[in-house]
Design a protein around this ligand. Structure first.
Ligand code: ACO
Length: 396
């Protein structure tokens, strides 16, 4: 039986899988996908090529890459029933909830499950990579009261997404920057959403359920939701002269500064370094760098105060600035993260299936034993508990 000494809150440092997908060295600031440095991929690869690498474990030949890209272009459209389902979603709902529902709904339409058939695996990979961006963009259009924009087969992956979001063909430089952002977010070892994906995969459910569960996990502010809150923070700070007092107040009130800190990195996240370069490029090309200057001042202030504890910018700190400059609304930042991370989740899904054993950790029971059952007449309201009667008739 496990003892309390075995317990690691948050499973910190507990290996949950043997994996060859990616590697992080948090002290040296190294991230590799299948052994290739993230810096090389960001400079030389494309998002779809990186997904191929993550999922099949090697860089594709030209022919393999062209086939993969072609299949993904061909599968971008959504079934009209999925679009009709989305029309019933409340406009005020969070796009991550919409995405989670749509990803799960794919399982209704593609219900064949043949996890030992490589053709089935490939078809599921293609479908998820192709349709998730269309879902995100369609929800954005629909909540504004517009019809979704149909994908354009002549545009590449990143350009097509920006086109479906804004109904305008993007500047190729902006599309290239967006594609690089997707590479940076595609994979990151055993983080919470990937763990969630692997746990769900280990039950041998369908890949749509795997991705839906990972999307649900990514939605929280301690994981994918942080870049949305970074923008709120920069808005709340408003000007460079208010940065230091804002950061001091956060530290005094033991409030986490969003976009900083990481379970693994104790130096600046290598993705934040690349994203900062992209942000600089974007603001130089398109102007209006007020928020970038505030962000630089925040980084300096946090580093001076918390750098000694290993708290530096993580991937979310500069990504929000980049996305906002590309015209992506802040509540779509996490769905955009999900578009990218589908590549990593699918790589882990495939790896999990190859050597599967259902996840079944243990727990340390800290409750009572041998308690009497009191009849309803004998029960008294426990001190501190909220009576249902007290809230009766009130909307919670
Ligand atoms: N601001 C201020 N202090 C922080 C921060 C922060 N952002 N992050 C960690 N700390 C401090 C904690 O207060 C704690 O201090 P203490 O030891 O004096 O109590 C210490 O550093 C350790 O913090 P933990 O929360 O225990 O670190 P953990 O590894 O569990 O958490 C996490 C990592 C969740 C990312 C945390 O740093 C955080 O909440 N950051 C802000 C949210 C964020 O940016 N999330 C995105 C992460 S990247 C991603 O998911 C893609």
């Amino acid at each position: 039986m496990a003892s309390i000494e075995d317990y690691k809150p948050g499973l910190a440092g507990v290996p949950a899988a043997l994996s060859q997908v990616s590697h992080v060295d948090g002290l040296q600031g190294i991230l590799e996908y299948r052994g290739i440095a993230i810096e090389s991929l960001a400079q030389q690869s494309t998002f779809l090529e990186t997904c191929f690498l993550l999922i099949w474990g090697y860089l594709p030949s030209l022919e393999e890459l062209q086939d993969f890209e072609y299949e993904i272009r061909y599968h971008r459209r959504l079934k009209y029933r999925i679009r009709d389902m989305m029309k019933c979603f409340p406009e005020s709902g969070h796009p991550m909830d919409a995405l989670q529902s749509c990803a799960a709904a794919l399982g209704l339409f593609y219900s064949r499950r043949a996890l030992d058939d490589p053709e089935y695996i490939r078809a599921a990979v293609v479908r998820l990579l192709a349709k998730i961006p269309t879902m995100v963009a369609a929800f954005q259009m629909m909540r504004k009261g517009n019809d979704p924009i149909q994908p354009r087969d002549d545009l590449d992956y990143a350009a097509n997404f920006l086109y479906m979001m804004n109904e305008r063909e993007p500047d190729p430089r902006a599309a290239k920057i967006f594609d690089t952002c997707l590479i940076l977010h595609a994979e990151h070892t055993m983080n919470a959403s990937t763990f969630s994906a692997r746990v769900t995969a280990s039950t041998l459910t369908d890949p749509y359920g795997v991705v839906a569960s990972a999307v649900g996990t990514l939605a929280g502010p301690l994981h994918g939701g942080a870049n949305e809150e970074v923008i709120e923070m920069l808005d709340a700070i408003g000007s460079i002269d208010r940065v230091e007092s804002y950061i001091d107040a956060c530290i005094e009130n033991k409030q986490k500064i969003m976009g900083f800190g990481h379970r693994v990195y104790k130096v600046k996240d290598p993705r934040a370094v690349i994203l900062q370069g992209l942000a600089e490029q974007l603001f130089a090309d398109y102007g209006d760098d007020r928020y970038y200057q505030i962000a630089l001042a925040v980084e300096k202030a946090v580093e001076e105060r918390l750098g000694g504890k290993g708290i530096y910018p993580n991937v979310d700190f500069y990504s929000g600035l980049v996305y906002r400059r590309l015209g992506i609304p802040s509540d779509l930042f996490t769905p955009v993260f999900a578009i990218a991370r589908v590549g990593g989740w699918l790589a882990h899904w495939k790896e999990q299936l190859a050597e599967n054993r259902i996840f079944r950790p243990t727990q340390i029971y800290t409750g009572e034993h041998a308690c009497p059952y009191h009849s309803i007449q004998e029960r008294k309201l426990t001190v501190g508990a909220t009576s249902f009667a007290a809230t009766n008739g009130k909307k919670l």
